[in-house]
Design a protein around this ligand. Structure first.
Ligand SMILES: Cc1ncc(COP(=O)(O)O)c(C=O)c1O
Length: 470
């Protein structure tokens, strides 16, 4: 089998070895390691080698791949608090191995796999409390938002997918702190980034419904077509949830599509303690939720759900000689932006099957409790600033303000670098109202309260040691 691409008689040995490497990684994620492993010079040199022409040992190849992963920043580690992490849920990783082994393509009807995807969309809608008529799994929040806004554009300007915008001036509306993917969608859909209307925020950094209504009224008066309002259910910067019910009211009065970008925060709609923040969700025309964020499964697994069964079909369906529509039956590709699609649904399906929805609710609630815990501890500390209002979800911006520090922004930027170099926790910086903050975010089911306490104590001790900076 020297010239074959199959593993042949090394197959079981390779599988056993891969399983041992995975088990080692999982064990390491259970308990935070005290220091990050940096790539050695030898490892970096190997990553500059040219294309191998001939075969080499599979076990050695797996070990080398594992060494690269081990020297990389893994979001699955319990003290990774940067950006919006994920957890690489174990059964999710196993589902990926299975799905990739069968390599099913969900562009067309793939038999049972297509039914499983539909069932997982139903389960996800049920979990979130959103009446999804249909939907699909995508590669991320960026593509889910683009998909929903494409449907909104076709609804607002029927035929625009064929004829273009025909000189119509159009606008979309979102909070000043909406994710950049909304800009990107406006650029790609021909609406134009300059027509994204940033709506001012209230004291809790949520979109102001009265300012929204005023802006849309003004635009309609000026002959501008409103395409959609994008409410953010969990902003990337602070985790603020826009007031969905009030925004839905504005949208229904003016006949404008309401999309909820819940890429990060929407899973908290399923949790009793936070469900009230999402009141009005059922009135949205479409929603985005990234299962590879707070549903813990490995990337890439986002979902876009819509209430009207025709909405996605109207913008994506098409007839090609090489894509048969036997008896008018729809293909998945008639409601998706992507063509070839892997079976992303399997990891969420298996995770729901194995752990049950209750375990997800508990893990999400625990992350929110950790955020409240950090907020109240930090608020009591001299020399640590917190935002005026408590976290709505699981993002807790904090800022070190040691006495005598000449430049608080430079101090916090340096502190963030030192925390990252120290390696015990990993946080990212963020600019809020022109100030540099540390922005921990809790979206990992492995994180413990001790991990959160360690974060605060490191901010204090490293903050004191670099207070003269700036
Ligand atoms: C609110 C929000 N929307 C969209 C996205 C984009 O998601 P993705 O990175 O999966 O494309 C993010 C990413 O952090 C986000 O926080």
């Amino acid at each position: 089998m020297a010239d074959s691409l199959a593993l042949g008689d090394r197959r079981l040995e390779a599988l056993d070895h891969a399983a041992a490497l995975v088990a080692h990684a999982w064990a390491e994620f259970d308990q935070a390691r005290e220091i990050e492993t940096l790539p050695s010079e030898q490892l970096l040199a190997s990553l500059r080698e040219s294309l191998p022409e001939f075969s080499s040992d599979v076990i050695k190849g797996l070990d080398d791949a594992s060494a690269v992963l081990d020297a990389s920043l893994a979001q699955a580690r319990p003290r990774y608090f940067a950006y919006i992490g994920s957890s690489g849920l174990e059964v999710g990783a196993l589902a990926d191995l299975l799905a990739h082994s069968y390599d099913i393509n969900l562009a067309l009807d793939a038999g049972a796999a297509s039914r499983l995807e539909a069932q997982t969309i139903d389960w996800l809608g049920e979990f979130l409390g959103y009446p999804a008529a249909t939907g699909s799994f995508t590669s991320g929040g960026t593509i889910s938002n683009l998909t929903a806004l494409a449907a909104a554009r076709e609804r607002a300007l029927p035929g625009s997918r064929a004829h273009g915008l025909g000189g119509h001036r159009c606008a979309v509306y979102c909070s000043e702190e909406a994710h950049y993917s909304i800009m990107r969608a406006a650029e790609l859909l021909g609406i134009g980034r300059d027509w994204v209307r940033p709506i001012p925020l209230d004291a809790e950094r949520r979109m102001e419904p009265s300012a929204l209504a005023e802006r849309i009224d003004g635009d309609i008066h000026d002959g501008i077509t409103p395409i959609a309002v994008i409410a953010t259910a969990g902003t990337t910067l602070t985790g603020a949830v826009d007031p969905l019910d009030e925004l839905a009211h504005v949208c229904e009065r003016l006949g404008v599509w309401l999309h909820v970008d819940g890429a990060y925060g929407l899973p908290a709609a399923a949790v009793p303690a936070t469900a009230h923040l999402f009141q009005g969700l059922t009135r949205a025309d479409s929603v985005t939720v990234d299962c590879h964020k707070w549903m813990f499964v490995p990337k890439a697994c986002s979902a876009v759900l819509v209430r009207d069964p025709r909405a996605l079909f109207d913008v994506f369906a098409h007839d090609e000689a090489y894509v048969p529509h036997a008896d008018g039956v729809l293909n998945a590709v008639d409601i998706t932006l992507e063509y070839s699609r892997p079976m992303r649904a399997l990891k969420l399906w298996l995770a729901f099957r194995v752990h049950g929805a209750a375990a997800f609710r508990q893990a999400i609630a625990r992350n929110c409790e950790q955020a409240q815990h950090l907020y109240s501890l930090a608020a009591d500390r001299v020399g640590i600033d917190v935002l005026a209002s408590a976290p709505q979800l699981s993002i807790v911006p904090i800022r070190s303000r040691a006495p005598g520090c000449p430049d608080v922004n430079a101090h916090n930027a340096e502190l963030c670098r030192r925390l990252q170099a120290d390696g015990r926790v990993y946080v990212s910086p963020a600019t809020i109202d022109g100030e540099v903050w540390l922005r921990p975010c809790f979206t990992n089911f492995r994180t413990t309260t001790d991990d959160v306490d360690l974060l605060l104590s490191l901010v204090e001790t490293l903050g004191a040691s670099c207070r003269d900076h700036g």
